[in-house]
Every structure is written in C-alpha cells, then in structure tokens.
Design a protein around this ligand. Structure first.
Ligand SMILES: CC(C)(COP(=O)(O)OP(=O)(O)OC[C@H]1O[C@@H](n2cnc3c(N)ncnc32)[C@H](O)[C@@H]1OP(=O)(O)O)[C@@H](O)C(=O)NCCC(=O)NCCS
Length: 157
C-alpha cells in the first residue's frame, strides 16, 4: 500500500476535522484545540511555528501530525490521528517517520510526546513504544483524577 505524506493544505481541513471527530479517545475540547492549531498553520504555513502533515492512502487523507519547535533542538509532536477505519496499517508509523525526518533536517535532537495513561490509550502507548519512545515522566491525575499525563521522549542523535 502506497502512503503519501505531505504538508497539509486548506482543502484537507474538512477531512482532518472528520478524522479528529471520529476518534473516540479525543474529547470535544481537544478537537477544538487541534482546530486552532490547524487554523494558525493554514493562515501562514511557511511562517508558522507548526508543521501539519497529512497522509494519503488511495487519495484519502487519513491522518495528521503537528510538531512545533520549543527549545533548542527539542520538538513537541502534538496530535497524531489516523481515522479509525485506517488504523493498524502503518499510516501512523509513516506520519511519525516523515515528521522525525523533518525534525532531523531542522537539526532537532529530542522529540517529546505527551499522552494519557488511561486504559483506552494502551494501543497508543504501544504505538509510541514500538517507534522507540520511552516514558520520561508521569504526572499523576494531570488531565483529571485517575488520568495521568505521560511525557514520552525519543532522542534522534
Ligand atoms: C495511535 C495511532 C496514531 C497509530 O496509528 P496507526 O496507523 O494505527 O499505527 P501503525 O499501523 O502505523 O502502527 C505502528 C506500530 O504501532 C503498534 N501498534 C499500532 N496499533 C496497534 C495495536 N492496535 N495493537 C498493538 N500495537 C499497535 C505496532 O507495533 C505497529 O508496529 P508494526 O507496524 O511493526 O506492526 C492511531 O491508532 C490513532 O489515531 N489512535 C487514536 C488517536 C490517538 O491515540 N492519538 C495519539 C494521541 S497522543
């Protein structure tokens, strides 16, 4: 299966919003924040501190990711989302590897991902582990009582 990864353009927005809304793990609030990031990026893609990329499989946009520079050589990866019907086929891996390569080209050395410790994020944590991310810190009860924040890291150099 051919997966084409490219920066997002304005016409991708409605497909991306559909994907974000279809993902059960994401709250309405998280989707609203993701939309703000997307809009900020679309306003001035080259001037933006964000990079939003999409994956196309058979012409359909199936996922997106948005990193931003934070400190010297450190990048945050915000949302990664693959539409529920397209998960488990390597699209998430392809999005992450495209993004990590872009970070490397920008002389990035450390990638940070924040995720939830909730049981419904088990699959997500396995995904990041398989890509070489390790848990650097856990903040108990961060998102809500019983919902910890995990800070994952991967060193690129
Ligand atoms: C997490 C997510 C982005 C992964 O994308 P994906 O396209 O489904 O994942 P891939 O098919 O690229 O899988 C890559 C690796 O992750 C692991 N993985 C993915 N899905 C898995 C599953 N259901 N069970 C176990 N491992 C899994 C595998 O080790 C896989 O390695 P392999 O390619 O050698 O088999 C996607 O499932 C998703 O959108 N989930 C909901 C939203 C979410 O949790 N986003 C992250 C918020 S922090």
């Amino acid at each position: 299966m051919r997966i084409a990864i490219r920066p997002m353009v304005a016409k991708d927005k409605s497909a991306i919003m559909d994907i974000l809304r279809a993902i059960r793990e994401f709250t309405a609030q998280e989707v609203a924040v993701a939309e703000e990031v997307i809009d900020a990026y679309l306003e001035a893609p080259s001037a933006s501190e964000y990079l939003v990329v999409v994956a196309e499989v058979g012409g359909v946009v199936t996922g997106y990711i948005g990193p931003t520079p934070l400190a010297s050589g450190t990048w945050d990866i915000y949302w990664v989302a693959v539409n529920p019907g397209g998960q488990g086929r390597g699209v998430g891996r392809a999005l992450m590897s495209f993004t990590e390569n872009r970070i490397k080209e920008g002389h990035g050395r450390l990638v940070i991902v924040e995720t939830s410790g909730r049981p419904d994020y088990d699959k997500t944590r396995r995904f990041y582990r398989s890509l070489g991310y390790r848990v650097a810190a856990r903040i108990a009860d961060f998102y809500s009582p019983g919902d910890d924040k995990l800070i994952l890291e991967k060193r690129l150099t």
